[in-house]
Unconditional design. Structure first.
Ligand SMILES: [Zn+2]
Length: 273
């Protein structure tokens, strides 16, 4: 039997497979994930790798709702989802985890219910919190992949600092109207966010969003996370993939590391900190 409980810090945890053998697939799992297990590049081995995965999703807006949905559906072992906001009516054109009746509820609470209903075999840790410089490391904990589904540079920089400090991948996604962009930062192998945005602050403005655009970008982020879990090397590294939904133009922009970067530049000389 599983258990659902409210813990300290507004964290909700539920897991039916918590006590199951992590390196085995149950008959239920084999059936549930059949259509991906039959993919030769994935197989039962890939499913077991996903089961061991521990993914952090920062933000449960348009990007986070989609990436959380696909990662839970795919059978990621544990998802830690964090957001500080409540569902608003204006969110519903793109944030597919929520319904009209969820308006006013904490996003973490609604998302937890939907994701658990979708796949009770996936452990969901939902925490209602604002991600800040002083708590990002603790919130991310022992997760080994960060999916950035936030909407402001300040929070992204907090996530990036943890990514560089802990040497874990950071999957960036952004949207603006009909346009979306995505890249995967891998410490030691790519630039970090700080290399690209060294400025200390930027004004946060609410941008417009056509629902399918965060749908596409969030789906790509979840696919990148799955590929990382499988140990696949062909990621969106050193490349910003830009999709213009207006004319369906797709561009890949090369990203370069800043040797002077105060985060990953120093690290190359001094090692982990
Ligand atoms: Zn850097």
């Amino acid at each position: 039997m599983g258990e659902s409980r409210q813990t300290r810090s507004n964290t909700i945890v539920f897991c039916e497979s918590h006590f199951m053998e992590i390196d085995q697939l149950s008959s239920q799992e084999v059936i549930r994930y059949k259509r991906q297990i039959v993919i030769p590049a994935f197989g039962e081995k890939g499913q077991k790798q996903l089961k061991r995965a521990n993914v952090f999703i920062a933000g449960l807006g348009g990007l986070g709702a989609v990436s959380a949905y696909y990662l839970a559906a795919a059978g990621v072992g544990r998802l830690k989802i964090v957001d500080k906001d409540h569902v608003e009516l204006e969110n519903l054109n793109r944030q597919i985890l929520y319904s009209t009746r969820d308006v006013g509820r904490p996003k973490t609470e609604s998302a937890f219910e939907k994701l658990h209903a979708l796949n009770p075999l996936c452990r969901i840790d939902a925490q209602k919190a604002e991600i800040r410089k002083d708590n990002a490391l603790e919130l991310i904990g022992d997760c080994h992949i960060i999916v950035d589904a936030t909407d402001n540079l300040e929070t992204r920089k907090c996530l990036n600092s943890v990514s560089v400090a802990r040497q874990i991948p950071f999957i960036y996604g952004g949207i603006d109207g009909f346009t979306g962009m995505v890249t995967t930062f891998v410490p030691g192998d790519t630039p970090c966010l700080e290399c690209l945005f060294p400025e200390t602050s930027a004004a946060t403005k609410k941008v417009g969003a056509m629902g399918p655009v965060p749908g596409m970008i969030g789906a790509i982020q979840s696919l990148e996370a799955i590929k990382i879990c499988l140990g696949m090397k062909d990621l969106l590294k050193n490349t910003l993939l830009c999709i213009n939904g207006m004319d369906m133009g797709v561009k890949k922009l090369n990203l370069r590391k800043d040797p002077e970067c105060h985060l990953c530049g120093i690290q190359d000389q001094c090692g982990k900190y």
